[in-house]
Design a protein around this ligand. Structure first.
Ligand code: ROI
Length: 165
């Protein structure tokens, strides 16, 4: 690939054996034309943000090199979400089989109707910041500051790194 950008994707699931959903999504992303996997974080277990009457989540972050535009990448991720059985119930912040978020795209700040980068919740979500910090500790988050400072100001809220089996 030529002319690639480093991008970061947040993965989350709390239904249908979450760790398998995450691993399946990882394979599907890595197999996409125009995407090369660079780094994959540990899996983390996290308490649900939003309604508490749903299972804990498994979250991870993936670094990729890509020659896709941000919008093309977003559409790829949405396609993989749909193929992996995501059912949109319409319930706000309800449980989900697979959630793929475009967190960062190089050092770009993007404001499109259906895509905001850096991802809206990035600075206060422990299940995004800690896995991201594991794989890219020196990162600067455009418009928000050093990742190390964001991590230092974000409580763990019970986040646990899972031991890989
Ligand atoms: N909570 C956690 N812990 N992890 C997620 O990935 C996640 N995703 C969501 C909502 C419902 C906001 N809560 C979450 O979309």
């Amino acid at each position: 690939m030529t002319n690639t950008v480093t991008a970061f994707i947040g993965l989350g699931s709390n239904l249908a054996t979450p760790s398998q959903q995450i691993n399946g999504a990882r394979s599907a992303i890595a197999a996409t034309a125009g995407i090369q996997e660079l780094t994959f974080s540990s899996l983390y277990q996290s308490a649900p943000m939003g309604p508490k009457d749903q299972p804990d989540y498994v979250n991870a972050v993936m670094a990729i090199a890509t020659e896709l535009t941000p919008t093309a990448l977003l559409h790829c991720l949405q396609g993989i979400e749909n193929e992996h059985g995501r059912v949109r119930t319409g319930e706000r912040w309800g449980p989900r089989t697979l959630d793929l978020d475009l967190l960062l795209y190089g050092d770009q700040q993007i404001h499109l109707p259906d895509l905001i980068v850096p991802h809206i919740g990035i600075a206060d979500r422990e299940f995004v910041l800690y896995p991201l910090y594991e794989i890219a500790p020196d990162l600067h988050v455009p418009g928000k500051g050093r990742l190390s400072d964001l991590v230092a100001n974000c409580p763990l809220r019970g986040l646990q790194r899972l031991i890989q089996s």
